[in-house]
Design a protein around this ligand. Structure first.
Ligand code: SF4
Length: 481
């Protein structure tokens, strides 16, 4: 039996995408290997948001090539998917009609799929040993590609007719991540997603609901809905030209948005305890979605949405469609309804043209909004983005590093302050793991809590009550009550 290994980089969407690949490969007769050294097939599910993730992929590729050379073994079949890939394709050796192997074998059972038998992706010249590239939205072609590479039918009974329909093989039963929307129409100048994932599409509500019910029947206590712009779920079901008009109705409470309606229906699922969603875009955030955190009892008091900069001029240059004031009003609204409401965000420092004054506006945002967590990135040019074509990378690395440290120090203070609000409270924790004889898990507002194991029978995936006793840097410590 062939073994495969998949390594995932980046966000929760990528984690969920890897679960789709897991499902396809296991149903096709592959077995999962614990490390790449034991695998026949290695897949990297990549992320382009940060330079360091791409560097890590190239580093691992080198390790594999060196290890194979040293062992003198036949190389692994090796493919890349995720955000580093622009075009699904294969190494030239599988396409060349004149090679002895290709002449000798015919794979008549595989219908030639127009467009996928090419080696056009820019990764091929950079990584000569690469066997295939796969746009994750074309995951249905994985078996066609592997059949061509192994020269035998690699197939399974499931019908993977498109990316959104293909099933995930979940890593755990108690917390299910379900993709409801993919792609992006926003074209932020620093971002590659609209070019890799394409236009925004949403999945049919009934299909999502049946997947949610299945997950809960298999033990899920928490469901996280995923999408690049999860809060504009359903845009394709509304006339796009009318989207902004519709938004004002959802803001005024005259009607409800497709995303709120999806949340309402999931909220009705018996035995489900928690609903989360990520990632939201501030400019598509409507009042009904903000209120879902209070009106729908299973929607947790935590929201991740990306500010990116505290400077409106910077936001304009990034082609973000919100202003700092819009974002601030949304945060203040949530915290006015629930002071423990957790907010996390993404920030880029040192973006093209960021002056000291503009940076100070981001510093101000950190001080005003007391974030519970922030993913702070130092800007690096991402090939293929709009910014890579029109903006210079003109902030020196030393300044980016200094700005990063300034924000990180303020963040550490705000985390301490926000975590301090939790001390003395009894909170419900969903246990997600164990380390050094302690359980750890998350509160409803996404705070990580560690607590000693007791004699009581407990396991990962249980919901337990814990009293929060103290802050320990980024996390909380408590005891079972
Ligand atoms: S909203 Fe902007 S940052 Fe988010 S995926 Fe779309 S283009 Fe990228």
């Amino acid at each position: 039996m062939r073994k495969y290994f998949i390594q995932t980089f980046g966000c929760q969407m990528n984690q969920a995408d890897s679960e789709k690949v897991n499902m396809i490969l296991l149903q096709s007769g592959f077995m999962k290997a614990a490390k790449w050294q034991d695998a026949d097939l290695i897949i990297f599910n990549t992320c382009s948001v940060r330079q360091k993730w791409e560097d890590r992929v190239f580093g691992l590729v080198d390790d594999i090539v060196k290890a194979n050379k040293k062992a003198g073994k036949q190389k692994h079949v090796f493919g890349i998917t995720g955000c580093m890939v622009r075009k699904t394709g294969m190494n030239k050796s599988y396409l060349d009609e004149d090679t002895e192997r290709n002449k000798a074998k015919k794979i008549e059972y595989i219908e030639e799929k127009e467009g996928i038998y090419n080696h056009d992706d820019k990764l091929f010249p950079r990584i000569p040993n690469l066997d295939f590239t796969l746009r994750i939205e074309e995951v249905k072609y994985l078996n066609f590609i592997l059949s061509r590479i192994y020269w035998e039918t690699i197939w399974n009974d499931s019908k993977f007719d498109d990316y959104l329909k293909s099933k995930q093989l979940r890593e755990n039963n108690f917390s299910a991540s379900i993709i409801v929307q993919t792609g992006c129409d926003n074209y932020c100048t620093f971002c590659i997603v609209p070019f890799t994932r394409g236009k925004e599409i949403s999945r049919e509500r009934q299909e999502i609901l049946s997947e949610c019910r299945e997950a809960v029947e298999s033990g899920a206590k928490e469901i996280t809905l995923l999408g690049q712009n999860v809060n504009s779920y359903g845009k394709q079901f509304v006339d796009k030209k009318l989207w902004n008009e519709e938004k004002s109705k959802w803001n005024d409470g005259i009607e409800t948005s497709p995303f709120w309606e999806l949340l309402r229906d999931i909220n009705d699922i018996e035995w489900l305890d928690r609903i989360r969603f990520t990632s939201s875009n501030p400019h598509d955030m409507t009042n009904d979605i903000l209120d879902s955190h209070f009106d729908l009892d299973k929607t947790c008091n935590y929201l991740h949405f990306a500010l990116q900069s505290g400077s409106n001029e910077m936001l304009k240059r990034m082609n973000r469609k919100h202003t700092y004031d819009n974002f601030k009003a949304q945060v203040e609204y949530l915290r006015s309804k629930d002071p423990l409401f957790s907010i996390s965000t993404d920030i880029i420092v040192g973006y093209s043209g960021e002056t000291e004054e503009m940076f100070q506006e981001t510093v101000n945002a950190f001080k005003e909004l007391d974030f519970d967590f922030v993913y702070i990135a130092r800007y690096s040019v991402r090939p293929g983005t709009i910014a890579s074509k029109i903006y210079p990378d003109d902030v020196p690395d030393s300044v980016k590093a200094e700005r990063w440290h300034t924000l990180n120090n303020i963040l550490l203070e705000s985390i301490q302050k926000r975590n301090g609000l939790m001390v003395g409270r009894e909170e419900e924790i969903l246990i997600t793991g164990e380390r050094d004889n302690q359980w750890f898990g998350r509160t409803r507002n996404f705070k990580e809590v560690f607590f000693e194991k007791t004699s009581e029978e407990t396991k990962v995936g249980d919901l337990v009550k814990v009293k929060i006793l103290e802050i320990d840097r980024w996390v909380l410590r408590g005891e079972r009550v």
